[in-house]
Design a protein around this ligand. Sequence first.
Ligand code: FE2
Length: 375
Amino acid sequence: MQTQFVEQETPVFDFLPLNGTDHVELYVGNAKQSAHFYKTAFGFNTVAYAGPETGLRDRASYVLQQGKIRLVLTTPLKSESPIMDHIKKHGDGVKILALWVDDAYKSYEETIKRGAKSYQEPKTLTDEFGEVRTAGIYTYGETIHLFVERKNYTGAFMPGYAAVEGGYQPASTGLLYIDHCVGNVGWNRMDDAVNWYEEVMGFKNILSFDDKQINTEYSALMSKVMSNKNGYVKFPINEPAEGKKKSQIEEYLEFYEGEGVQHIAVATHDIITTVRDMKARGVEFLSPPPRAYYETLLERVGKIDEDIAPLQELGILVDYDEEGYLLQIFTKPVQDRPTLFFEIIQRKGAQSFGAGNFKALFESLEREQELRGNL
Ligand code: FE2
């Protein structure tokens, strides 16, 4: 019998296997009220809580969940606090992009070995539901990647948090999981950030847009999408580019007083229903693009399953790539500083990031920026 040798692709060793996003933690001025906003307006439910009642003296944290998305809202209880320092400088914003791993100690060791700056050494937290291991490293600005290992844990969130059931738990708006989280970095910092994700985290740059592709009459930006090996975690990075006026990335950097998370994109299977529901609950979205955007939509993107009328009514944008299309819309900033906002996205085959919509999106953003006197 003849032996046949089948040529196989050499599997690439992944020194940092990720199962997905574990949670996103925001530091906010008033976590109780922020929790109410995300529950009422976005449709999250409270699943866990930590604070004075659970033995914490310096902070309170609310863990909200919808689909697979977990948001943790943390506020300090005293002025002498690194959390308060963070809020004083940045306002409400994302502190931690936590990544779900099978081995937090190993994740820490592998990334530190490759040059990561430590935020928190590995530790094991235990309670009657088992154990959670965490470790953290710095990424851009003061933002942290926390590695969370929870394979031996059956509790609501983590040791130290009490499960919350019942009480005020509004209906979901259909949000399912985090699609990507975008960071803004400063002038000439793109290469550093890209190299960092490649070298320290083993990510790959899967898409790039330069300032020729993403520009309006007034401003421009550059964007590179970084993805981990299995594609479960995607972190696009933006850097401002020279334009006639101040870009929205510069406005962000000025008001966040540094680099940080610009937007969190959350996925739905029915964007029209989700956005209509969120609007009725008071979420503010960017104003729709001009009518011409919808008049020429089908010529640009080809046939789509949705009617144009509700997309136009709600201001939902459509883009496409070789594999299909996607629908997306952006909220206005969710705090008074023009910093963090959310994207709602529905993918119908397309794996890209809506570069075709950047112009429409930017023009919308610039109208808002002008109203704030920041253009
Ligand atoms: Fe996005």
